[in-house]
Design a protein around this ligand. Sequence first.
Ligand code: BGC
Length: 492
Amino acid sequence: MLRFYRFIFCATLLYVGSADDAKLNNKKFPKNFLFGASTSAFQIEGAWNLDGKTESTCDRAFSKQPSIVIDGSNATVACDSYHKYKEDVAILRDLGVDHYKFSLAWTRILPTGYANEINEAGVKYYKNLIRELKINQIQPMVVIYHNDLPQSLQDKGGFLSPLFPEWFANYSRVCFELFGDDVSYWLTINEPFEVCATASNSGPFVDGIDTYICALRLLTAHAAAWHVYDKEFRNKQKGKVAMALNGEWMEPASNSTEDINAAETRMQFIWGSFAHPLYYGDWPEIMKTRIAMRSKLEGFNQSRLPELTQEQINYIKGTNDFFAMNHYTTILVKAIEEPEISSPNSTADIGVFTYQRDDWLSSSLSWLKYVPWGMRKLLNWLKDEYFSPNIIITENGWADSTGQLDDDVRENYIKEYLSNTRDAMDEDGVNVMAYSVWSLMDNFEWISGYTAKFGMAYVDFNSPNRTRTRKNSSFYFEKVCKTHCLVEKCED
Ligand code: BGC
């Protein structure tokens, strides 16, 4: 209830601050710029054990222990997209989007987790979805892995197993073979940083040690899938393959050199832990130095961060065909004294203090604040750091607790984050190719269950029909998709 009042209060504040069209970028987005929406399999499909699908780590963690979910809910039905995908595509069609970012459920396609047995019913579901998208001129942007590892593979060590990259590459090969003729953009692993940060939900995992083994396994798995695509499919299918990385913009808390360095350190640990190996082959220097220093003081005889061999460096470097980024919010970063040395801890490895300003508008999720200027700064940082890559914004969105149809805050959020994106393209020369709203519709928001609603369409989770109703923000976004313009009238 408290959260609800805060929402109303903040929304009022924002209305004053952001409904000013004169401050928005009024240049059209280029003709070939792609607008889209995103979802993920576990969060929308339901049908968790139908037609041959087996159990994933998410099914085990969320559906079997409702106590970890705020509202005690689960995703066994979710938006029921397994049965209602045509309705999802109808909304996408009405929005006029160019692409739809969705993920494949590994256990729907490969029930054993291994590539020895393909589940025809699962394949048919995704073929039907892709066909429906194509009929409506919407390109599929396909995520191979978004959080739902086969439980069978988790039981064999999951990300910590040295075999993980091979399992993932074999699964990816099946996906390329089955769907690749229709897919131009592949995303191998969604938010690998979060995957490793939350891996302890699914099994034994030691923070500060397994965290980095996990990162290396995911990087190797991604690279293995990229090499499979490169060798076996690229010539014929002509698609592109990337990891979808995520993070905040880290704003220094002050102009002091210490705070500026602290913010840069955190950028390198969060974005750089995956992007640096993908673009330079190795971990960022600051990660190597800090983790080695703390490991030594903790009594380890070598760094907890695995040292990459030249062979690993060559294998991983250059395997991101574009820069896919999920971005939602900004945090402030302050320098602190070196955290006390005790047991390994990945937060202490970064060694900074983070917070957000109280006067930043808060969503229904405490971490998600409304800070559109962070988008422009982040895009510039990525451009400077990773050789002006082609960037696809694969997720960006706003949550409320009500699911209200008059969702002005979400509309303003999309407007202002897009305006900052356009500024970065236009004034700073950042190569942004596409933008995707998270999310097409309200869905299962992990431990927040159905209490945090990100959708441009409302879903009635009390109705067996899971009725979808478009919110106001979706009508604004439709206008943007159709006109490529954020304001009433754009300069040509
Ligand atoms: C994840 C989604 C999630 C969204 C909002 C993204 O980081 O990929 O699965 O629902 O954030 O929290």
